[in-house]
Write a protein that binds this ligand. Structure first.
Ligand SMILES: Nc1nc2c(c(=O)[nH]1)N[C@H]1C(S)=C(S)[C@@H](COP(=O)(O)O)O[C@H]1N2
Ligand SMILES: [Mo]
Length: 317
């Protein structure tokens, strides 16, 4: 099945607040919903077998089989809701996400608070099919909806001294039972070098499979950084901070010998406790899916390798 991505962008995915709230409520066949939502996702039918979506951005076309919607939204890491892969789908629904805003602060000429409504209107949404690989060894292929984070970064005008971007996510102890765990320091934070954050592949995502992000997937907005291990793609972001020094991510604080700042997908650099050479794709084939070789930069080397020329990737893992 071929999806016309302009269908989503031209109809302005989230043009209206009212419609957005309707989607959040889970209802909603409104104008502007992608074909995914109308035919597949809302109907609970598995996503089409083949993804072939034209996109303006090199590297975001793929003929790989899409991860079924049920797997992409039923097998998640979102530690704020628990450590089991089924916990986020089970418990994230309790999280209030309206109203929502994102504070932009630090080394920018235009700091301030962005209401979700304004972020939704900031730039036309695109559908981009990205692979995302978890450091634990599984990977997915998902049709994300959003726009390049660079669109927002340009608007807030980083100063010359801004070298890194830190992302802070929501920590709502009342609605996130996982915060009782000491496995990470809350809030969950992540970071990118400014040039990584500005790279067109770095997506600020508001939706997937033609509908708004489900809460377990990081509603109302998250990052998707497809050439890095999944944990760099912070969910449910509330703050974006521009800084001079490399920020410590939540994972670096919890296990610095296992999780470095860069975390580029790299089959040649094992995690301290396991190899990263292969992965198991969640493609609807069940547990018998054969392992496949993990690709350098998760297959996005043509687009991003030059960001790291001269950097020792063994040391800067
Ligand atoms: N706030 C927050 N974001 C998070 C996580 C988390 O625990 N909390 N887990 C990360 C990890 S380990 C992965 S693999 C991806 C998983 O995204 P998915 O659930 O959409 O597959 O989200 C990342 N973003
Ligand atoms: Mo992960």
């Amino acid at each position: 099945m071929t999806i016309n991505s302009s269908e989503i962008t031209s109809q302005s995915f989230y043009a209206e607040r009212r419609q957005y709230l309707k989607w959040l409520a889970g209802g909603a066949a409104g104008a502007g919903l992608g074909v995914w939502a109308q035919r597949e996702a809302l109907a609970g039918v598995p996503a089409p077998a083949l993804a072939h979506v034209p996109s303006a951005l090199p590297g975001t076309r793929t003929m790989e089989k899409l991860t079924p919607y049920e797997d992409a939204t039923g097998y998640n890491n979102f530690y704020e809701f628990g450590l089991d892969k089924a916990d986020p789908a089970r418990y994230a629904q309790e999280l209030p996400i309206d109203p929502w805003s994102v504070e932009v602060e630090g080394l920018v000429r235009k700091p301030g608070r962005w209401a979700l409504e304004d972020l939704l209107k900031l730039s036309p949404m695109e559908e981009r099919i990205y692979r995302l690989r978890c450091v634990e060894g599984w990977s997915m292929v998902i049709p994300w909806i959003g726009y390049s984070l660079a669109e927002l970064i340009r608007r807030v005008e980083p100063m010359g001294s801004a070298k890194f971007v830190e992302f802070v996510t929501v920590a709502d102890a009342q609605h996130m039972r996982g915060l009782k765990s000491r496995v990470l320091q809350w809030p969950y934070t992540e970071g990118l070098r400014l040039d990584e954050a500005m790279h067109p592949l770095t997506l600020l995502s508001f939706g997937m499979y033609g509908r708004v992000l489900p809460k377990q997937s990081g509603a109302p907005l998250r990052l998707v950084v497809p050439w890095k291990y999944g944990f760099k793609s912070a969910k449910s972001i509330v703050k974006i901070r521009f800084v001079e020094q490399m920020p410590q991510s939540a994972w670096m604080k919890s296990a610095p010998q296992e999780y470095g700042f860069y975390s580029n997908v790299n089959p040649e650099v094992p995690h301290r406790r396991w190899s990263q050479a292969t992965e198991r794709r969640l493609d609807g084939g069940g547990i018998f899916a054969p392992k496949r070789k993990t690709l350098m930069f998760n297959g996005y080397a043509d687009q991003v390798a030059q960001l790291y020329s001269g950097l020792d990737l063994q040391r800067n893992f």
